[in-house]
Design a protein around this ligand. Structure first.
Ligand code: ZN
Length: 430
């Protein structure tokens, strides 16, 4: 395998941007920030303000689809940093409480309100309340200009570190963590890579990975749900209609219903003919004056569950078989397919001797204790949203000696009885 192919493959499953589960409410934009009046001596004012504004604008300019917006409120007196909940974002170059451990460049203290903002891709996000940023005052810091001019002596780029910490303040996690292999260079040189080297400023510029990550939180998005009168669970054929809600106008839309069918309608209806668990994939493209072309995909796993008529699991000839346990006790073995969750919600076993009903049992795979030796007929009814199926086996019951198990008989000859549905009692048994 050549190196290029390896890189491409590894890039496919390396983890891309992560989120910390916090997001700012767009209604609260611009995001306001202060700088504390504690100032690290090695950096001269007003560079502190300038570099923070530059770092914010790195996000604003490089990720226009996120439509970020910030406001510098100036200097705030006193040190009231980290793990407070006053809802004010402050930057401190000094670290009076020594909160930032050695080996750490800076820390962002993130605090959420606890209220759920939205759930997307299976993850729940809550609204952001506050993100304070503290720099390690034991380190040497260099300006972007010093680094560009080669006047950097093992110091760290304030701009790169600030841009990274602001990423956290916006809700981003790391593109790669400390112990990750991180073969994808777009992740390795991302602003949100876990660390930066001394005199390196390349992490001050957003990479595709950072832009995708921030757009996922603040960029154009679409959501869908089933219309109020549509059922997402039922027997085949099942028709479901979809409702779409997009934050922006879009130019193209593709629905993939998960059963091989697609649609380009805005709010399509689709009929599922066969049983299965179906994942919906929605792909949207749009164009906006400021942000240019954008794409958004939304994927909902097992969004639609369609039940067929109950049938044997793959590889089995009948709905059930049995084996002798001991004495006159026989174990019934239910082989009904349960691959689609919730599709069997009714079950009944009827035991006949001649024409006489001698036992009625409701359990998935019961043990049946016969009263005496002889010929019996056991009928299984299983049902659910997809319909009702029945099977019967004749059992010649003889005393089973301990440890001796009779071979299943007649399993391949289970016959299907339609019309026994009335005998089935509703019972949730799986
Ligand atoms: Zn970080």
């Amino acid at each position: 395998m050549n190196a290029l192919l390896l890189l491409a493959m590894a890039g496919g499953d390396a983890h891309a941007w992560e989120h910390i589960g916090l997001v700012w409410d767009r209604d609260d934009f611009p995001i306001e920030w202060y700088i504390t009046d504690y100032v690290e001596d090695s950096l001269e004012d007003p560079y502190h303000h300038e570099v923070i504004e530059t770092a914010y604008s790195n996000w604003e300019v490089d990720a226009p689809c996120a439509r970020l917006n910030f406001d510098n409120l100036g200097v705030r007196e006193g040190y009231n940093q980290g793990q407070t909940t006053e809802g004010i974002n402050t930057f401190a170059y000094d670290d009076p409480d020594d909160q930032v451990g050695s080996g750490t460049l800076a820390v962002t203290y993130t605090i959420g309100t606890g209220d759920v903002a939205f759930t997307r891709g299976g993850d729940t996000y809550q609204w952001y309340l506050e993100g304070d940023i503290i720099y390690n005052d034991d380190l040497g810091w260099a300006t972007t200009e010093d680094i560009a001019n080669g006047q950097c002596n093992n110091e760290y780029s304030v701009e790169a570190v600030t841009t990274h910490e602001i990423g956290h303040q916006l809700g981003m996690g790391h593109s790669c963590e400390q112990n990750d292999d991180c073969p994808d260079l777009d992740h390795r040189y991302a602003v949100m890579y876990w660390s930066t080297g001394p005199c390196d400023n390349y992490q001050g510029q957003l990479k595709d990975d950072d832009i995708e990550g921030i757009n996922a939180l603040y960029g154009p998005f679409c959501e869908f749900e089933a219309t109020e009168d549509s059922e997402r669970f039922g027997g085949a054929p099942l028709e479901i209609c979809f409702e779409l809600n997009c934050s922006e106008e879009y130019t193209s839309i593709t629905w993939d219903f998960g059963d091989g069918n697609t649609s380009n309608e805005e709010s399509p209806c689709h009929t599922y003919e066969d049983k299965g668990q179906f994942t919906i994939n929605l792909a949207i493209e749009g164009e906006e004056e400021e942000c240019g072309t954008w794409e958004y995909t939304e994927r909902e796993q097992a969004f639609v569950l369609v039940c067929g008529e109950p049938e044997p699991s793959e590889g089995f000839g009948g709905l059930f078989t049995y084996e002798g346990v001991s004495g006159l006790t026989y174990q019934m073995i239910n082989q009904t397919d349960t691959s689609v969750y919730g599709c069997i919600d009714q079950i009944a076993w009827h035991v006949f001797k001649g024409e006489e009903l001698v036992q009625e049992i409701q359990a998935w795979s019961p043990k049946i204790e016969f009263a005496e030796e002889g010929d019996y007929r056991v009928v299984l009814n299983v049902g659910g949203p997809g319909g009702v199926s029945a099977a019967e086996l004749n059992i010649e019951v003889t005393e089973v000696s301990e440890g001796c198990v009779t071979a299943p008989v007649g399993a391949g000859f289970a016959s299907l009885f339609i019309g026994l549905g009335a005998a089935v009692r509703r019972r949730r048994s799986v």
